[in-house]
Write a protein that binds this ligand. Structure first.
Ligand SMILES: C[S@@+](CC[C@H](N)C(=O)[O-])C[C@H]1O[C@@H](n2cnc3c(N)ncnc32)[C@H](O)[C@@H]1O
Length: 210
């Protein structure tokens, strides 16, 4: 499917433009060709539009806490038959609506470092509840890895985030994995991405996660 043309009137993230193809490569390896996907914190909708256009077999459900973003996500994805209308979803407002249903995959980019730490636990609980057994959670963003040198850019980014909001900051991979394990999401894969980011893949156990 062809990705709809962007309008200059829509909010646009240069970072999303740069990272969308590397993330798509990882998603193509982690998800089956036919899959229902719940996206959290969809932001501008650039990822939703790009991924859904590239993979017509993926049924994409964008969501955002900032309801003012929903019309832009819908506009950006207009014409893509495999993208549902964007829904309001605050990851921290647990439990998420049961009517959301179950998904083969949950995808979230660049949220848990720009949100209070409690967002990570809420994301894991919600993902475990709304993933089918064997389904995958894919997280993209900058993380700190114990025992590994932090790239100067990430050190500066972490400091900048903490100055903007004391509850924000880059998260330790071990802490994120611990929150996932608590709800039965097994850490399966870590992929190095451009600009010192990571993509993390977790899988819901066949008999756990609720
Ligand atoms: C840095 S942007 C990332 C947007 C997009 N995922 C991307 O990578 O381009 C962070 C997004 O998280 C959203 N957000 C913040 N707190 C949230 C929450 N509790 N639940 C859902 N979305 C949230 C913001 O509104 C914003 O759109």
């Amino acid at each position: 499917m062809t990705e709809p043309t962007d309008s200059p009137a829509w909010p646009t993230s240069p970072a999303a433009e740069r990272n969308k193809d590397p993330i798509l490569d990882v998603l193509c390896g982690a998800l089956p060709g036919r899959a229902s996907v719940l996206e959290l914190a969809s932001g501008t909708g650039q990822h939703a539009a790009h991924f859904a256009a590239a993979q017509p077999g993926w049924a994409w459900q964008p969501t955002e806490a900032d309801t003012s973003a929903l019309p832009y996500i819908d506009a950006r994805c207009a014409g893509l038959a495999n993208v549902r209308p964007a829904l309001a979803l605050d990851v921290l407002a647990r439990p998420w609506a049961a009517a959301l249903g179950a998904f083969d995959a949950v995808y979230c980019a660049n949220l848990i470092h720009i949100a209070p730490w409690a967002t990570c636990a809420a994301l894991m609980q919600g993902a475990a509840q709304h993933l089918v057994p064997g389904g995958v959670l894919v997280l993209y963003g900058p993380f700190l890895v114990q025992g590994e040198t932090v790239a100067p850019g990430n050190t500066a980014f972490d400091l900048d985030l903490r100055l903007r909001n004391a509850q924000w900051g880059l998260r330790l991979l071990t802490d994120v994995v611990r929150e996932a394990q608590r709800v039965g999401l097994l850490f399966e894969q870590r992929v190095a991405m451009p600009s010192n980011n990571l993509t993390l893949v977790f899988r819901r156990g066949e008999r756990t996660g609720r």
